[in-house]
Design a protein around this ligand. Sequence first.
Ligand code: NAD
Length: 438
Amino acid sequence: MSQVPARGESAIAPASSLPSYLQADNLGPWGNYLQQVDRVVPYLGNLARWAETLKRPKRILIVDVPIHMDDGTVAHFEGYRVQHNVSRGPGKGGVRFHQDVTLSEVMALAAWMSVKNAVVNVPYGGAKGAVRVDPKILSRGELERMTRRYTSEIGIIIGPNKDIPAPDVNTNDQIMAWMMDTYSMNTGSTATGVVTGKPVDLGGSLGRHEATGRGVFTVGAEAARHIGLVISGSRVAVQGFGNVGGVAGKLFAEAGAHVVAVQDHGGTIYREAGLDVPELLKHVKETGSVSGFAQAEVIANDQFWDVDCDILIPAALEQQITATNAGRIKARMIIEGANGPTTPDADDILQERNVLVLPDVIANAGGVTVSYFEWVQDFSSFFWDEDEINARLVKIMKGAFAAVWQVAQENKVSLRTAAFIVACTRILHTRELRGLYP
Ligand code: NAD
């Protein structure tokens, strides 16, 4: 006779019966995420019975995105939107355009958004979207048509109260403007709140462009204080010099740090005395990459991990710091601007070597925090000035960091596990309060 579980007890199938694409040995970022969840389960108390919820995305949508190319042919791209968890509110998370993007990656990115939104306590669940395309090879017209068709295809599950996309790798405020317009055309009214990271003239928020980098800097400065690392005069290495890495690098340089090495998709540059960051930003704006910057020497991409520095900021893609290079890193502190840059194996090596890792789910949460401000401003049609936005951002980031730091000290765990304890407790608590339907 099969046993009927007591009320409130998990009746969900055990992990072993997860579909193959949800299994941890399905290599890739989703596998890393599942390992991170396993590490937090022992700290969840009674809520652990709901932990399975965290291992299954609520909804996965895969769409075909066909468009007319300029040469008259029709090209098809694969698009995704994953809503990992919406217990705490509508889904929220960026849209990435990248030629190598996979479903495993989008699932992990969506899940990390659930965790991140809960760490900073904004009323959202987690979601993420992507199109498997290299946007750099599309004309502006092709890029617009692709963005609009993708938006239309995922239009059945997004909306200001359902799921709110934002920029991520290779997407920006113009892409958000096209997404907002497409959704608005399809629904028959201007819905500014359907995406965040829009141009300021279209309901975007002041400070949003800089928000993620500002959050990276804020959390980094707080952590540095705790470990007695002085920012002024410190040596910083940055991987990825786009929205996140560029702004973070600028703020660290303004605080007196020497940004000695920068790597992007075009190559790696180094200057012992520190790079001229404003000039480098200008160069990247004009040429699209740090490569070719005159006032620096070129080093091999792999040498980036050996650079003598105090602070390392990975701000490009996932799985950059692995068991292979974690032992070579000289930094005392790693601030994860990117999502998922460190694998669980590398986390263990870094912890053993006493390198402090500020995990993505708090370090880069500044972007979604100001996205939340943008969404609130859109709903109320009342816009705040930049000082107010930055002040509120810094307050939330410092508060979230302090809470995570305390949980880490109390439980003698890494900041990543501590952030997951804070977030997963919040998510599963709302899961329990809401109960299962029907
Ligand atoms: P972006 O497109 O503005 O910049 C990406 C940067 O990474 C570019 O400098 C690019 O050259 C570099 N890059 C790409 N491939 C690389 C490679 N193989 N090696 C080295 N560098 C490479 O993107 P972004 O918005 O700055 O996002 C960067 C990371 O930050 C991503 O992981 C993203 O998910 C995360 N993130 C972004 C935001 C945001 O608000 N934009 C918020 C939170 C997290």
